[in-house]
Design a protein around this ligand. Structure first.
Ligand SMILES: [Zn+2]
Length: 433
């Protein structure tokens, strides 16, 4: 095993954690509140960011009616790409500059909400794209000030983007997935109407549900906030501040809900209770990981998604593509099996929350890995990175694509280097059924 225990830290470590979250309104019919909420935030002319599929669904009309009834003028941008790119970010920012809104509403999945964050950022503070993009690919400059208000209305039960300050995209010329991370990007409000998930294809519910599960388990097993070096300015701690008591609350409940409802939500689109509970699990896990941060499975997912060859998942029109939730889920069992020894009691508790029989057990890595795999196979998630088209000869390339994700790797419960990642990818090629 090549992942190393953290040196025992105490002097010089952080001693506090911060709780940040968007204002959340959750429940069936909540989309009817968008117009009044926009007015209350001072909006008179909004940029409504969505995609072509959503525009044809009733949820778009619900939002338009609510905004119009409140006397809010609306400019619509419906050209968001699934898995956005630097090009689609720039297109949305260009639209926003021309539209001159005084606020934003996003209606869609993580791709739409992330694109809206980028449009708000670059229309407010015009700069070359690389300026605010995470290092090492970008310059990682801090966002200089507040953005315009943004009401995010998620329509998938997965990314948690409506409550986080992260925007992810494919930077085409670098062949890399990367992102922008700043508390300034966090939407002002999230209006979460679980009815929107009734129109989701099963494959999308499955992939986004695994994303929820990984947000919860990774945040729960992340390095503790008091094991991270204190920031030079005490109040400037990173958003990925490590596992903490606040995030633990949401993680535990999200894990319990996913175990109870994910398979039901995938296999029966008419099971409104299951789809609503998955939306609530996504909200809780989003708030949790927005404060704790995820780690190795997400870091590895950047490479898995970014180097796709010909994988074409059901429910996603634009292939080839490895949906984010699948790109994360295929790595997760290998990571939890290996990392279990670094915080055995947390891995054991997570396994128990997911329904594993943990009686008489003292270490949970193996149990958690097996349970994650069972849950993913029950909803037809591909088996390992081999299931989305990778071979042993790709491992070096996947490691190289993961190492730049230091923001996430540094949040793992142990030190992660290239040899550790080689081991993890090799074990993630294919899991024994
Ligand atoms: Zn995720």
């Amino acid at each position: 095993m090549t992942c190393r225990h953290l040196a025992t830290l105490s002097a010089g470590c952080d001693t506090a954690f911060t709780v940040d979250a968007s204002r959340v309104t959750f429940g069936r019919g909540a989309l009817a509140e968008v117009g009044d909420r926009a007015r209350a935030l001072g909006m008179r002319r909004v940029a409504l960011i969505t995609d072509a599929r959503l525009r044809a669904l009733p949820w778009f009309e619900h939002v338009m009616q609510s905004l119009t009834a409140a006397g809010v003028d609306v400019a619509v941008f419906d050209e968001v790409a699934i898995e956005p790119t630097d090009v689609s970010f720039e297109a949305a920012a260009g639209f926003a500059r021309d539209a001159k809104p005084d606020g934003y509403v996003s209606l869609g999945g993580g791709s739409v909400i992330d694109t809206c964050k980028a449009a708000n950022l670059f229309a407010t503070y015009s700069a070359p794209l690389r300026t605010y993009v995470n290092a090492p690919i970008g310059d990682a400059r801090p966002v200089p000030g507040a953005l315009l208000p943004h009401i995010a209305c998620p329509t998938t039960s997965g990314t948690g983007s409506e409550v986080t300050g992260i925007a992810i995209f494919d930077w085409l010329e670098h062949h890399a997935k990367t992102g922008i991370a700043s508390p300034r990007l966090r939407p002002t409000e999230a209006i979460i109407d679980p009815r929107t998930t009734s129109t989701l294809p099963a494959g999308v519910v499955a992939a986004s549900g695994m994303d929820v599960l990984c947000h919860a388990v990774e945040s729960f097993t992340a390095r503790g906030y008091a094991q991270r070096a204190a920031p030079a300015v005490p109040s400037a701690r990173p958003m990925s501040q490590g596992s903490n008591p606040w995030s633990d609350l949401g993680c535990r409940e999200a894990m319990r809900l996913v175990a109870a409802y994910l398979a039901r939500a995938v296999h029966d689109a008419s099971d409104a209770e299951a789809r609503e509970q998955m939306m609530w699990a996504a909200t809780l896990a989003g708030i949790a990981f927005g404060n704790a941060g995820v780690h190795a499975p997400h870091a590895m997912a950047y490479a898995v998604a970014g180097r796709v060859r010909d994988f074409a998942p059901a429910g996603y029109p634009s292939a080839p593509l490895v949906p984010h939730g699948i790109a994360v889920a295929v790595n997760a069992p290998a990571v939890f099996r290996r990392f279990g020894e670094f915080c055995p009691e947390r891995h054991l508790e997570a396994a128990a929350l997911l329904g594993a029989d943990t009686r008489g057990e003292t270490a949970g890595g193996e149990l958690l890995a097996r349970r994650m795999f069972e849950l993913s196979r029950a909803i037809d998630i591909p088996n390992g990175i081999g299931g989305v088209g990778y071979r042993e000869s790709d491992i070096g390339d996947l490691v190289a694509g993961t190492l730049p994700q230091q923001r996430l790797l540094a949040n793992a419960p142990c030190d992660v280097d290239a040899r550790c990642l080689e081991t993890l990818f090799a074990e993630a090629l294919h899991y024994a059924d």
